[in-house]
Design a protein around this ligand. Structure first.
Ligand code: HPA
Ligand SMILES: [Zn+2]
Length: 355
């Protein structure tokens, strides 16, 4: 629990999470458990001492040196996911924690290309994760959205193969998968590698987002917007291009900021250097998110608290963040109205007369 006098306010503040990878919720404990359950050999601890125990693996996560260093463990860890119930259990474990942290609406990423490259069928992955989503809606009252993420370290052809399955199953029209994103290695692969897929998806009015401006300079954000992304995941390097920042503010593009992730992956030395104040001052909309909570030492509330400890925001500044998070969620207007009313009630309880 954080020391801020606003801790209780932040805990109860109705939240929307827009940037969390379900595979990034796989804790070391669950990696060892699923490896055992599915008879999968983890890397040999003789050559990879971080796999000696849950504690050793957890300790390695404190020492990521870059995005790619983290991705190595992230992709290695998810190899324990094989069956539909593995995916369902993982999603359910995330939603329970999110609910405890005051999340009412969650938009969650998953990486089917990576699982398929290990021989797990697309149908198994989607069935498991959507089972977890349905359970969270039924038992916890959350609204959820699944976002299929293409990965930048695998060939475009493998992304295309997944996209074709997504289209042929009619998963967008059926409301099973609500949007598309891209993630993984930022600097290196061509900025516009998913041009063709995004053009096709945009034509079908499928909501698009993209990881950009995490390690990469603002030209990555520019390229993502040019390809049709209407939201940017991370985007912290936007502050290096004031003109682009003005455009993002004017167009109401949401940044899904992940402070603890940025520190763990050494994109910034500490949360104080995440440009939270700069974004607030420039009128750039952003939400605060956990990214890969099992790897970065905190779920969404920990990220809210870290921001509060770094920036000492006021209740009214938090209200702006919470309201923007609702307004830019990919949900129906009636659900937005319900969540906005909850935020108003919550703020009123802390600041009578403010609303
Ligand atoms: O922070 C991230 N960046 C890029 N790809 C990712 N995949 C999981 N987390 C991340
Ligand atoms: Zn991410």
């Amino acid at each position: 629990m954080c020391q801020s006098p606003l801790h209780d306010f932040l805990q109860g503040l109705p939240k929307c999470e827009h940037h969390v990878h379900l595979e990034g919720c796989l804790t070391p404990h669950l990696i060892f458990q699923l490896a055992d359950r599915n008879g999968i050999a983890l890397p040999d601890p003789a050559a990879n001492p971080e796999y000696a125990s849950v504690e050793a693996l957890t300790a390695r996560y404190d020492r990521f040196t870059s995005l790619d260093d983290f991705l190595h463990f992230y992709f290695e860890g998810m190899a324990v996911l094989r069956k539909q119930n593995d995916f369902a259990d993982l999603a359910w474990s995330y939603f329970q924690q999110a609910h405890a942290d005051g999340v009412h609406h969650a938009e969650v990423f998953f990486d089917p290309q990576v699982h398929e490259s290990r021989g797990v069928p697309y149908e198994t992955i989607v069935a498991g994760f959507s089972e977890g989503c349905r359970r969270a809606e039924r038992e916890l009252g959350l609204t959820t959205r699944l976002i299929l993420c293409f990965v930048r370290h695998l060939p475009v052809s493998s992304g295309k193969a997944i996209y074709e399955q997504f289209i042929s199953h009619g998963h967008f029209e059926a409301g099973v998968i609500h949007g598309l994103g891209w993630s993984s290695t930022e600097v290196g692969p061509p900025k516009d590698m998913f041009r063709e897929l995004y053009a096709s998806a945009a034509q079908k009015k499928i909501p698009l987002t993209a990881h950009a401006g995490e390690e990469g300079d603002p030209s990555y954000i520019h390229a993502a917007l040019e390809l049709g992304a209407r939201r940017i995941d991370h985007g912290i390097r936007l502050v290096e291009d004031p003109e682009l920042m003005q455009r993002v503010a004017r167009d109401g593009v949401l940044l899904t900021v992940c402070p603890l992730s940025n520190v763990r992956l050494r994109c910034v030395p500490s949360v104080e250097q995440v440009p939270v104040r700069r974004f607030l001052e420039a009128g750039v909309k952003f939400s605060i998110n956990s990214d890969d909570p099992a790897y970065f030492g905190g779920y969404i509330l920990d990220n809210y608290c870290a921001v509060q400890e770094a920036f000492q925001l006021s209740v009214l500044e938090w209200r702006i963040i919470a309201e923007d998070s609702v307004q830019e969620s990919w949900i129906e207007d009636s659900r937005k109205a319900e969540l906005l009313a909850r935020i108003e009630d919550h703020v009123k309880r802390y600041l009578p007369g403010a609303v």
